[in-house]
Design a protein around this ligand. Structure first.
Ligand code: ZN
Length: 60
């Protein structure tokens, strides 16, 4: 089956296009959002928090 989707850790939706980091998936949309999100944007801390979960799981 080519239609292989993963649950994005940022938006929590099933997506098939995106990147996987340490077995955690981030969809293409969220990846693009993160890239263009400014440090002063109110969503930035949320992204950092979600990303920290990845590193935390990796080191667990
Ligand atoms: Zn997403």
């Amino acid at each position: 089956m080519e239609d292989h989707s993963h649950r994005c850790i940022i938006c929590n939706r099933e997506q098939s296009v995106g990147i996987a980091i340490c077995n955690q998936f981030i969809c293409h949309t969220c990846e693009q959002e993160m890239v263009k999100t400014d440090v002063h944007d109110e969503r930035y801390p949320f992204y950092i928090k979600q990303m920290r979960q990845i590193w935390f799981k990796k080191n667990a």
